[in-house]
Design a protein around this ligand. Structure first.
Ligand SMILES: Nc1nc2c(ncn2[C@@H]2O[C@H](COP(=O)(O)OP(=O)(O)OP(=O)(O)O)[C@@H](O)[C@H]2O)c(=O)[nH]1
Ligand SMILES: [Mg+2]
Length: 501
């Protein structure tokens, strides 16, 4: 694969970075990227983080706040006019609207928010009133887009061969069958017909979506915009698909192959490169959210796939040695946090195990990032804690469980929930040794009605993730909300604490 530094317009990249540096000197600024695959919890995380900075709460591990040095934080207009604003107020309102509370809508495109934090410097604290100010720009973008980076180093024939080969392996083969059936009848050298391209793109996209769905939860599925089209849905740059061709195979002029290759190139030029240049290459810090529990529930194939996707995502953090981009990056992203989200689905005794599983899942990715000089941590957290803890008694043994209200329509085994009744779930112990997950994942959960004693196992081998409703929170003094969380303060400390000293 060619170094991506060679593939960019270096002059424009430098210009953007110099502009950032210049404003950083006048006004200390930190650009924090928040990413993760679809539904990993980006929107909820940013909403909770911004709310904590604006309104405080229980944040003992966020030192500047815990020591009373945070003076005030407020939102300001963001610097990039062409990027949608992160709809903070709307998302917070969704989470806090009493009986109508609900999780924020899925977002699926890039968004940005600027928050200005004033603080007392730790060295001066207590001696003088002079303080510092940090401008924090938060950028929310789909992790799927990072999976596109390897495409910059593959031509159309190479990408096709690789993607088709992958779709013939393991659980993917069955999901890809309808697309494969079409593929077998497509002649790459035949004249280009638009309807063939459209049909191939539609079936290929349907295969990606099937692989991604909750049950299979596969993760490594580029091109990223096929899953997360943003504003590009239906555009020609997305109307292509792999053909069953060999690496190095040349396209006959005017053929289906030639048309597909042209669109693939347009996708890389017009979509992938601008994203890396205008957004990714300008980040200082990064948090990668991972819904590890969903993959655990879906089974070993999903876990292996998630691990691959995380390693691919992190390719982006380690550009080819010696490229101009690598020098810029080496100075830039200096901290990366991997966070297993929704830790409130397991009892607190299991938070450390979840963290260990995440560490194992990201170990390949972490090796690469550390190589690039970044400080990397892994943490299990819940940006908004939707459950509380309790114990249930089963066979005279008390078991730690989580108690919450499953969303309406959620099912667990034969049970369906109405969105009102609280239940206790014994999620099962996460394995102590993460390695075992890569061999065989055991059934993770059993459900029991709240307050009922001996838990009858209610699992018919069809366990899925139960989504809980957001917690019911009442406003604190001043009308602000303190959302319950797990270890959000730790994440804050790692991501920005050192810049508020
Ligand atoms: N229990 C619990 N559920 C959460 C938490 N964070 C997210 N969720 C659940 O995960 C879903 C997705 O969260 P989002 O924050 O919208 O995820 P996202 O990554 O922004 O998703 P897209 O915008 O669709 O890519 C929510 O609707 C909730 O059901 C959490 O801290 N605790
Ligand atoms: Mg979102």
């Amino acid at each position: 694969m060619a170094g991506i530094g060679d593939l960019f317009d270096d002059a424009r990249l430098i210009a953007a970075n110099i502009a950032d540096y210049a404003s950083d000197i006048v006004e200390p600024t930190l650009r924090l990227g928040v990413t993760g695959l679809a539904r990993s919890g980006k929107t909820v995380f940013i909403t909770a983080l911004v709310n904590a900075l604006l309104s405080g709460g229980r944040l003992p591990l966020f030192e500047p706040y815990a020591s009373g040095r945070l003076a005030r934080a407020h939102l300001e207009p963001q610097p990039d006019d062409a990027v949608p604003r992160f709809a903070y107020e709307e998302h917070l309102a969704a989470l806090t609207s009493g009986n109508d509370r609900h999780w924020p809508e899925s977002t699926r495109r890039i968004a940005e928010l600027r928050i200005v934090i004033r603080y007392e410097s730790a060295s001066l604290f207590g001696r003088t009133l002079s303080g510092g100010q940090l401008t924090l720009d938060i950028v929310d973008y789909p992790g799927e887009w990072l999976l596109d980076l390897p495409l910059l180093g593959l031509d159309y024939a190479e990408w096709s061969a690789r993607t088709v080969a992958m779709s013939r392996e393991g659980p993917r083969a069955e999901l890809a069958a309808p697309w494969h059936a079409l593929l077998a009848g497509l002649d790459a050298a035949a004249p280009a017909i638009e309807s063939d391209a459209r049909e191939a793109a539609a079936r290929f996209t349907a295969y990606l979506a099937a692989a991604r769905d909750e049950r299979h939860a596969l993760s490594a599925l580029p091109p990223g915009r096929f899953m997360m089209p943003g504003d590009l849905e239906g555009s020609p740059a997305l109307t292509f698909a792999p053909l069953d061709i060999q690496p190095g195979q040349r396209a006959v002029s005017g053929s289906l192959h030639a048309m597909m290759a042209r669109r693939y190139d347009a996708y890389r030029e017009k979509i992938v490169k601008p994203f890396f240049r205008d957004h990714f290459a300008r980040l200082d810090r990064q948090i990668v959210l991972v819904d590890a529990l969903q993959a655990l529930n879906a089974g070993p194939a999903a876990i292996a796939d998630l691990e691959t996707a995380l390693a691919e995502i992190l390719v982006a953090f380690r550009p080819g040695a010696n490229s101009l981009l690598s020098r810029i990056f080496a100075r830039r992203i200096d901290r990366i946090l991997f966070a297993a989200t929704k830790a409130d689905h397991v009892a607190s005794a299991d938070h450390d195990r979840l963290q260990a599983i995440l560490r194992r899942l990201t170990s390949r990715a972490i090796e690469r990032a550390e190589f690039a000089g970044a400080e990397v941590e892994a943490a299990a957290l819940a940006a908004v804690r939707a459950t509380r803890e309790g114990t249930v008694v089963k066979d005279n043994e008390s078991l730690p469980c989580v108690i919450g209200i499953p969303e309406q329509g959620q099912r667990l085994g034969r049970k369906a929930f109405n969105g009102e009744k609280e239940i206790a779930i014994f999620p099962g112990d996460l394995p102590e040794n993460p390695e075992s997950l890569f061999q065989q994942v055991e059934s993770l959960s059993e459900a029991v009605e709240s307050n009922s004693h001996p838990a009858e196992p209610d699992i018919d081998g069809d366990y899925r993730y139960v989504r809980f409703r957001p917690p019911l929170v009442t406003p604190a003094q001043g009308g602000v909300y303190h959302l319950p969380h797990i270890r959000l303060d730790r994440a804050l400390q790692f991501l920005i604490g050192d810049r508020l000293r």
